[in-house]
Design a protein around this ligand. Structure first.
Ligand code: SF4
Length: 316
């Protein structure tokens, strides 16, 4: 498999004024291969969504590079860049309730992208919208209805159709199931999985639920306070987590099987995630890590190979 996306030393800082900056994405490097699904996990506030949006040019890059095939993407997108790249790199949003324009019919919502990108005439886009509704498990007759007439799961299907009608190669799925009822989460994940397979998509799948990430992903990446702390084959990271943060994250993740969940020894991460404005020196997990050593507070660990994974921890 060749690489589709190369991320090198990517940083995204938000200026708060008075010399204060939020380190939302801090010096992240990894590659995503064609047709690969990388699951990205971490607590709220770890920078997962900011990383996804920065990859797609929805946030300017503060420093570092993102390469898509042979092209280095601009640090700051101008309107021509959106036209050039947005079709190939799409996002499926977390909240299907707020990401669909309530004043547009579902047909208009899905047809808007291909028309704006000059891919189709209005008539072709209307026909393709009906076809995409069918592909995501809805009925073409639903085209004339409005978003409020649909359930959460159906709205997420509409969001998927709106993104995929543009024939993207790379899709960032930003917590696509976390706003949905548990009963429909698996259906939406299965739909994404089927479409990924049939269309040969490359996905960055951002989620809270590690079991769901394990189910869909080839590799799992773990972020903590803006930094990548572990990345590797999904089963290696899930069953043999190396980084102490990943270990606690896996141990605190509820098991989908009720019997295993009853037997699970629940663990929670002590303390709060520190402020991304005042990132601690050395290892940023040191204040919460049960295995912290003196060196951890002095020196920042970098990603090192540990078997098939890369881990940023002084224990290795
Ligand atoms: Fe814990 Fe030190 Fe590893 Fe950080 S570098 S995770 S503090 S052992």
């Amino acid at each position: 498999m060749s690489e589709l996306i190369r991320i090198r030393s990517l940083c995204k800082l938000f200026d708060l004024g008075h010399g204060q900056r939020v380190h939302a994405v801090d010096n992240i490097s990894f590659d995503i291969a064609e047709r690969e699904i990388v699951g990205l996990v971490g607590e709220s506030g770890s920078g997962k969504s900011t990383l996804g949006k920065t990859l797609l040019g929805l946030h300017d890059k503060t420093s570092g590079e993102v390469q898509y095939r042979d092209e280095i993407l601009p640090a700051r997108y101008h309107s021509a860049d959106y036209r050039r790249y947005a079709r190939r790199m799409q996002m499926i949003f977390q909240d299907p309730y707020s990401s669909l324009n309530p004043r547009m019919t579902v047909g208009e919502i899905i047809a808007e992208g291909p028309r704006l990108h000059g891919m189709m005439t209005a008539a072709q886009a209307r026909e393709a919208s009906g076809e995409w509704l069918r592909r995501v498990g809805l009925h073409p007759d639903h085209m004339s209805r409005y978003p409020h007439e649909f359930s959460g799961g159906q709205r997420q299907r509409i969001g998927i159709a709106r993104a995929l009608i543009l024939e993207p190669e790379f899709v960032v799925c930003d917590e696509p199931i976390s706003a949905l009822d548990v009963s429909v989460q698996a259906q939406v994940v299965n739909l994404l999985s089927e479409l990924q397979e049939s269309l040969g998509l490359t996905l960055l799948f951002i989620a809270h639920d590690l079991s769901m990430v394990r189910y869909v992903s080839d590799r799992m990446a773990v972020m903590y306070l803006g930094a990548l702390v572990e990345i590797g084959p999904v089963d290696a990271v899930y069953f043999q987590p190396r980084h102490p943060y990943t270990q606690v994250l896996v141990a605190s993740n509820p098991e989908p099987d009720p019997q295993s969940e009853r037997q699970r020894v629940s663990t929670s991460i002590r303390g709060e995630i520190p402020s991304p404005v005042n990132v601690p020196e050395g290892c940023r997990f040191a204040g919460r890590c049960p295995k912290a050593m003196d060196v951890c507070r002095r020196s920042t660990p970098t990603l090192k190979p540990v078997e098939d994974s890369l881990v940023a921890c002084h224990l290795y």
